[in-house]
Design a protein around this ligand. Sequence first.
Ligand code: PLV
Length: 324
Amino acid sequence: MAAGDGGRFHIVSPLLESVALSKAAGTKVYMKLENVQPTGSFKIRGIGYTCQEAAKQGCQRFVCSSGGNAGLAMAYAARQLGLQATVVVPSSTGPIVVQKLRDLGAHVEICGKVWDDANERAKELAKREGCVSIHPFDHPLVWQGHSSLVRELRDALEAKPGAVVLSVGGGGLLAGVAAGLRDVGWQDVPIVAVETWGAHSLHAALEAGRLVSLPDITSVAKCLGAKTVSARALQCAQELRVVSQVVEDAEAVQAMERFLDDERLLVEPACGAALALLYTGRLRRLQREGRVGAAPLPVVVVVCGGSAVDAAELRALKSHLGLP
Ligand code: PLV
């Protein structure tokens, strides 16, 4: 099932209509199920491709800073390529991911409180001979790898969608989808870029009209927690039809639980953020305001996935947020 266009580690992911999400959003919703990719998220597309290209140049070891999923994708790609992997994660990345990284054979370092701290350490490590630094979201090869997702949409859908809904952390997925939309001539399709408050670095940058750094990451969606969004993501948001939306942590976590019941799929808060846009009726409002395409055009939500969650973690998140 290797996709063959860009990276050879990801699969052509399923595109399924969700009756439950369509009912909640009041419009036909397709789920692009990136949660079934190897290592559980879309990250394998861009990171897998980048590792593959770096391996061709003869590197011996990859180093990556990560909130979790980029590191998992890199560890997986390294293992496939027979190379070493070091992943630096912040302390906010929980034991579930650290164990999965070790199970994939990666060397794990825990450094600092948030991803930006871990990234400083990764930059140090990458200076060692034979090491290649793999960025979790801010590199042209990462965007190119992620862009394969849109070609799959073009191949599967009869017409272009009214919107693509996705989550934004550092903005690699946004930049990749934007590149893919341009590639297939769908650059007029609006992208709804969703963040949580406390990880809203794109929203803050758009309000300021320039890159700004959040003082801290206070959201539970740690995988959306880059204090500063990439310059490329801001540029995409300024050049294309990108609608920035921010949801509460509680909405993202409630969306995770509802999605588990509706589709029997468990995803991270980072993904719950995009789902919350549909469950809370925000998409309907954007349609009424004419900011995204309305019925009969379908909407695609990128179910970006995430591996840092299990049943106990969902319970812990709910209790942390005081949810019943
Ligand atoms: N997570 C990055 C950055 O973390 C990482 O290191 O794994 N959904 C999920 C499940 C993710 O893991 C991420 C990114 C995103 C969405 C956002 O993707 P981005 O960074 O390309 O906007 C700090």
